[in-house]
Design a protein around this ligand. Structure first.
Ligand code: NDP
Length: 611
């Protein structure tokens, strides 16, 4: 970043326009980003904001022309005391008008607009943008809420240009003293000189953790598959015998894996299905995504169906399962290397917030570039749902065919049908609701590197199919009651999972969606709100809860003879608890006191009454 070509200098006090209003507040310039052409400025309460040059004026110029500016020429009722939020610019009450009129005569005008608290309104809970209020609060808050909504929708509209970044957890509850602001500004300026937009908070155990994970993930995958291939897959038989080279590598299998990848890529390119926009990026851009995953799924099913009737034996995958997994691993490593190398040429603003630590190993693991694309082909979006997820269903089908062959059955066992049916529903649902993935952590926050490439191409298809792989050689009988119980459990999990994800996705896409008007929300300083009733008021991650209930239903058909088929639920619980912790941290940073308020109102993270 450079301050060479910009009008305002680091440390300069200027007047910055508050997004969505014509009001100016005194702010200090922190830096200028020549890529985005935005100035980062800091307010009295520690809130940082990115502004365009046209929205910044010199204090002197502002004083001269201030009398003509909209914010000054309006009645004094528009001015605020130190505890008012700029989001509430249009509130008018007679008493307030009188009070501020008096103030207006006493103090210089510029001083008034300097002392302002930016962040959340005093009563943080309100209904969503449709502005339906709790009856008891109605009289008190009607004006305030409508002002807030107005500011919020305005802020959403201009969200492309402005990036609100509260820096303090308690932003909005305390106005900083001038000396504190000076200190903070000096600190921030020092930080920026040392490192420009470097990721400093490393996850997954930092560099050492990332280094081990790179080797640990393939090792666990191979061990699980070897254990599952054993006649007696008990933990007493750990570790499994090392396989021969022939059992892990086969050129033909590798060719099939590559073919599969490119076949799915071809389907992704088909010009069918609508094109939607993702959430705004840091630069303000919105990427376009083609939604045709479900078509790809149907076409794949048709092609495989035809192949099956042409005599292609799907159980080939089962017979060469380890080789398939190793080939997929090699492909994921090659892809990750490509992703890392290309990320060295992309502009800073295209890097993932967490993927720019400067450490090669860590950045390779976590993913540097947020949305790597070859023209309009989005590699992360493609890998998230297509080759791995559809591949998982194909692997399950292969296990079903293999079970019938090996166990000499005329039809698949009920346990195998349940596992196949449940997981088919999960994948079909993900593809049917493909658009919802655009608001998930993977797409919005995480870069595309080894972690996601390995997860999408290897971990999901080869370890999530462990139950069906297990059932091929380890039959499990199910009573009718048990069968009904497991199906019910899966349906409950699915309902919670789907409803939670759909609600959040619909809300993020359109906070004023009439279908969500019954839900209460908490406004945040960023202009976005948080759902605080319905499923998102039950626990803070209802979608994780639903997913975990389903995970249990997928393992139960395998009976209780071995722990191996329960690997998925154990691993998935750890994954989602860790993911929840990561998300909490990010949300606390993003939303500050509003997030604390959400946590106060919704006490449990995933499991009601427990965690
Ligand atoms: P979420 O879809 O839950 O996204 C979390 C984000 O939602 C937060 O960062 C925040 O982002 C927003 N948010 C949080 N609380 C609220 C609220 N109260 N109101 C509105 N928005 C809120 O996380 P994931 O991407 O982890 O999960 C998506 C789905 O994928 C889940 O169902 C999960 O179970 C599943 N999953 C499955 C995996 C698998 O391997 N099978 C692996 C990982 C996930 P913001 O405010 O910025 O919009």
């Amino acid at each position: 970043m450079t301050m060479a070509s910009n009008r305002f200098q680091s440390g300069e006090m200027v007047m910055g326009r508050w997004p969505g209003s014509s009001l100016y507040y005194e702010v200090k310039v922190l830096n200028f980003n020549s890529n985005t052409q935005l100035y980062t400025v800091i307010y009295k309460d520690g809130t940082e904001l990115e502004l365009k040059e046209v929205d910044i004026k010199r204090v002197s110029g502002f004083r001269q022309s201030g009398g003509r500016s909209r914010s000054r020429s309006r009645s004094p009722s528009r001015r605020r005391s130190r505890s008012r939020s700029p989001g509430r610019v249009t509130r008018r009450s007679t008493s307030r008008t009188m009070e501020t009129r008096k103030d207006a005569r006493k103090e210089p005008k510029v001083k008034e607009v300097q002392e302002v608290r930016l962040s959340p309104v005093e009563k943080p809970v309100e209904n969503n943008s449709n502005n339906k209020h709790d009856k008891k609060e109605e009289n008190d808050t009607t004006n305030r809420v409508s002002e807030k909504s107005e500011a919020e929708s305005e802020s959403n509209r201009i969200g492309v240009r402005y990036n609100l970044r509260p820096r303090k957890e308690e932003v909005g509850t305390k106005v900083m003293e001038p000396e504190e602001v000076e200190k903070k500004v000096a600190e921030r300026l020092r930080e920026r000189k040392v490192s420009v937009e470097r990721s400093t908070e490393l996850e997954f155990g930092g560099r050492i953790g990332a280094f081990f994970m790179i080797f640990l993930l393939p090792t666990i995958t191979v061990i699980l598959l070897l254990m599952c291939s054993q006649k007696d897959p008990s933990l007493m038989n750990f570790p499994p015998a090392l396989p021969s080279l022939d059992a892990v590598w086969d050129v033909q299998v590798f060719g099939l894996v590559v073919l599969w990848f490119f076949f799915q890529a071809l389907l992704y390119l088909l010009p069918v299905g609508k094109v939607v926009e993702g959430l705004p990026l840091r630069s303000g851009k919105r990427l376009k995504y083609r939604i045709n995953g479900f078509y790809a799924f149907i076409l794949t099913a048709l092609v495989l169906g035809v192949a099956h009737y042409q005599g292609v034996d799907l159980s080939y995958i089962h017979a060469n399962f380890l080789q398939f997994s190793v080939s997929a691993m090699i492909l994921s490593v090659l892809l990750s290397l490509y992703l890392y190398v290309r990320s060295c040429w992309v502009p800073q603003e295209d890097l993932a917030p967490a993927g720019n630590s400067g450490n090669v190993i860590y950045d390779f693991f976590i993913g540097r570039e947020l949305n790597p694309r070859i023209k309009s082909f989005d590699l992360k979006y493609f890998c998230e749902l297509r080759p791995g997820l559809i591949g998982w269903v194909v692997i399950n089908m292969s296990m079903l065919v293999a079970e019938m062959k090996i166990q000499k059955l005329d039809a698949p066992s009920p346990a195998m049908m349940l596992v196949n049916g449940f997981q088919l529903l999960y994948v079909a649902d993900a593809l049917w609701n493909e658009e919802a993935i655009l608001t998930t952590i993977d797409i919005v926050h995480d870069g595309f590197g080894y972690m996601l490439a390995f997860g999408d191409l290897v971990w999901v298809p080869f370890t999530y199919s462990l139950q069906s792989f297990y059932l091929v050689n380890h039959p499990s009988a199910l009573s009718l009651t048990w069968l009904v119980t497991i199906i019910t459990l899966n349906l409950i999990g699915y309902f919670v999972f789907r409803k939670a994800n759909s609600q959040k996705n619909a809300f993020r896409r359109n906070p004023a969606d009439p279908k969500l008007s019954h839900l209460r929300t908490i406004p945040t300083a960023t202009g976005k709100s948080l759902l605080v009733s319905g499923l998102w008021g039950f626990v803070r991650h209802p979608n994780y809860l639903g997913d975990l209930i389903m995970a249990l239903a997928w393992s139960l058909p395998c009976g209780f003879s071995h722990i191996l088929p329960y690997f998925y639920i154990v691993y998935f619980t750890c994954l989602l608890i860790h993911r929840d912790a990561r998300d909490e941290k990010q949300c606390r940073r993003k939303y500050g006191s509003a997030w604390n308020e959400y946590c106060r109102q919704v006490r449990y993270r995933i499991f009601p009454g427990i965690y």
